[in-house]
Design a protein around this ligand. Sequence first.
Ligand SMILES: Cc1cc2nc3c(=O)[nH]c(=O)nc-3n(C[C@H](O)[C@H](O)[C@H](O)COP(=O)(O)O)c2cc1C
Ligand SMILES: Nc1ncnc2c1ncn2[C@@H]1O[C@H](COP(=O)(O)OP(=O)(O)OP(=O)(O)O)[C@@H](O)[C@H]1O
Length: 325
Amino acid sequence: MQVITGTREFQISEPTVVTIGKFDGRHKGHQKLLRKMQELKESMGLRIAVFTFDMAPMGVVTGHPVTVITTNEERRRKLERMGVDYLVEYPFDREIAHMDPETFVKKILVSQMHAKAITVGPDCSFGYMGAGNVELLRILSDQCGFEAVIIEKEQDEHRDISSTYVREELTLGNIEKANELLGEPYTIGGTVVHGNHLGGPVLGFPTVNLLPPPEKHLPPFGVYVTRILIDEKEQTVGSHQRVFGGISNIGRKPTISGDNPVSVETYIMGFDGDLYGKQIEVQFLNFERPEMKFDSLEALKERIGKDRNYGEMYFREHPEFLREI
Ligand SMILES: Cc1cc2nc3c(=O)[nH]c(=O)nc-3n(C[C@H](O)[C@H](O)[C@H](O)COP(=O)(O)O)c2cc1C
Ligand SMILES: Nc1ncnc2c1ncn2[C@@H]1O[C@H](COP(=O)(O)OP(=O)(O)OP(=O)(O)O)[C@@H](O)[C@H]1O
């Protein structure tokens, strides 16, 4: 996948099927849309191109903080895995926010992205004040020589699946529901960093620490059963991911004094090795309990022992989560 980022000046030379949107989380609705694009890729001989905005600066421009299910980097990985050939992360600024919808389609989608088909959901909006809609796309499709392909929205219990819906369920702590809407587990990925080095030596539970970026939309602080994917580069057969069961705490570790940053601390079951500086993904499967302030490290240690038992029981009941993927 070619990522075109941080620039307005680009040109895709191959003819494409294009879609537009935020694709935060790459939920089941997005997956349906991307599958349709794969069909069009094959039947019309096109490449798949996604137009989206660089998410991080959106909060700066709109003036209120925006949290996301997937960071730019996580979204890239997920779109690449679904066969996207070109990903345009267009800089979000006043100029693009004020562009009229017709100019947006003609200049960016048709000229720069070489769109021969444009695939969107029926509520898609684009251009200044979101004034562009599927009606305009249909009109422009004749003038500009592209096919407008509108797909029905994927629903869950009579509600359209959307990133907003997923974020709501995450905020409520309904991790299983969020995962159902996402079509895969909610994930926090990142590079393993050093913590206070209390986990192994003092508590008897070595942990790996991730620091989610401030824009990452988090479920409530607490302890979750997780599945950990560890990138393994193999010299001859490319890279693959090892799968482990785990038990993770999201929060600020109130038992440990000091102004601790929000972290994701994971005890990986059956893993013994050094992961500092390595890329891992922590996938959230089940909520166990809220994060608590304990009177002593001894009490915390005892509780983490119970958390581990809870995790082990969960994986005995759901062995499918430990299969290699
Ligand atoms: C399964 C699990 C549950 C945890 N629960 C809590 C908790 O309820 N309260 C808390 O203050 N810290 C909790 N922690 C975080 C520990 O305080 C932290 O892992 C420990 O201090 C080691 O941190 P370090 O890696 O920075 O040394 C939990 C950690 C794990 C792995
Ligand atoms: N449930 C769905 N089924 C099919 N297509 C969808 C679905 N949800 C969104 N899409 C389409 O995917 C594209 C990207 O949508 P986008 O990510 O911008 O919005 P969203 O998922 O509806 O989230 P939000 O809550 O932010 O509006 C759009 O064309 C949209 O119509």
